[in-house]
Design a protein around this ligand. Sequence first.
Ligand SMILES: Nc1ncnc2c1ncn2[C@@H]1O[C@H](COP(=O)(O)OP(=O)(O)OP(=O)(O)O)[C@@H](O)[C@H]1O
Ligand SMILES: Cc1ncc(COP(=O)(O)O)c(N)n1
Length: 263
Amino acid sequence: MKTALTIAGSDSSGGAGIQADLKTFSAHGVYGMSVIVSITAQNTQKVEEVEDLSPRIIGAQLDAVFSDITVDAVKIGMVSNPEAIRVIAEKLIQYKPKFIVLDPVMVSKSGYDLLQPEAKNVLIEKLLPLATIVTPNLFEAERLINNGEITTIEGMKEAAKQIYALGPQAVLVKGGHLEGDAVDVFYDGKQFETFEEERIETKNTHGTGCTLSSAIASHLAKGEALEEAIEGAKTYIQGAIRHSLSIGHGSGPTNHFFQWFKN
Ligand SMILES: Nc1ncnc2c1ncn2[C@@H]1O[C@H](COP(=O)(O)OP(=O)(O)OP(=O)(O)O)[C@@H](O)[C@H]1O
Ligand SMILES: Cc1ncc(COP(=O)(O)O)c(N)n1
């Protein structure tokens, strides 16, 4: 069985973060493992509190996994602070996993900062160059390049190019927050490709970015080429949003088992 590792924050409500990633890996038939960077007390309405784990225990989790198990793909989500980012980068350079999908999580859908402001430049410097692909949403893409608001597909293409110049092997700028269809723009330094699905009208989009990035990691772990992996992940996220769950009083989670259990 192929394996994937998520390095991210825990979401107590199970809709985003580590929990969404592990459910996504399972739904793809990939064996999931986790390195927890931070613990959030959150639900579908808000993030109440965040507590970061020490760089020491983050490093120890990474050593424990990589020293024993072959990791076919890594997904990185919420990394919270500069010290955590530094130890993650150091260990990834040491262990050299074949694929790294970096979701540069900055702010929760409910508006809480999940990346400390001073950590942004460390993420750019230390993690972007290690990424097989980085998957910012519009807000994150704007913050990565500090070049104004992105409001069009052309703007997403320009942003993808500028983010590519920061060192990742490829970029997928997600258009979930744009008007109209859900269009994501891919750039790998050679060509652009757009991945398009019909927009689904729902408030239940908690964890969509986490789900998409771990679905890409799952497909890469199974040996698919990058564009094929994105295509597969985009089909998956569409089903997971279409059958998303009205759990809680706020923005409900994606449904990872929609093939078997439609809500
Ligand atoms: N309402 C929707 N209908 C269809 N696809 C959507 C919808 N909202 C988001 N998507 C898709 O879901 C994926 C995640 O995009 P989004 O821009 O929401 O990421 P995100 O903001 O990082 O997510 P989150 O922070 O909630 O985890 C993208 O492929 C996007 O196109
Ligand atoms: C631990 C963790 N990681 C990521 C997100 C982003 O997801 P969303 O933007 O849907 O709130 C989150 N809320 N919590």
